[in-house]
Design a protein around this ligand. Sequence first.
Ligand code: FNR
Length: 194
Amino acid sequence: MTDRPLHLLALAGSLRRASWNRRLLQAAATLAPAGVTLEVYDALADVPLFDEDLESSSPEGPPGVLALRDAIAAADGLVIATPEYNHALPGVLKNALDWLSRDDQALADRPVAVLGASSGPWGTRLAQASLRQVLHTCGALVMPSPTLFVANAAERFDAQGALADAATRASLERFLGAFAGWVHRVAPSCAAIT
Ligand code: FNR
């Protein structure tokens, strides 16, 4: 039997224009296996700071939250590339996950892959651990392995921001292939909700 085509949504936990994590996901879009498309979500900045007063005054959610929820619902899986801030995931990403954890539980039973890039030598190990903890609480089906920690990011991208390091490209390709397998395994008939 042929695997069904997959559409993945990719979220970088950084608003920085030259973010290594966004660049990593842009590379992922070009390295996805056959039959898999990967769309980099670019509107995380539209998600307001979580506030229960704001939530109760707009029960459907603010437009920036609705857009993110809809994009996740339309995807077969979510790939999150997290920076590391003070040994944890950045507030901008945690904030979005807090919105997504509310009534409609947008992440429950959804396949998710976690990776990350940092300018330092540890490659977001602690950020990914903290992100996994939050995702588990949200009921997401987080791929346990392989992991991908992109350390010393400045050495791995060229002047144009493309992922140039051959070993990292190969690891990313393997990572994406494994995630496609994970999506087929944990959500075999969970076609994107449209
Ligand atoms: C960092 N950075 C960082 N790096 C790391 O390896 N461990 C850490 O704990 C932190 N802490 C930290 C805190 C804050 C407030 C900032 C702004 C930065 C460095 C960080 O990983 C680096 O700037 C990345 O390049 C950020 O990711 P993007 O924006 O390039 O995707």
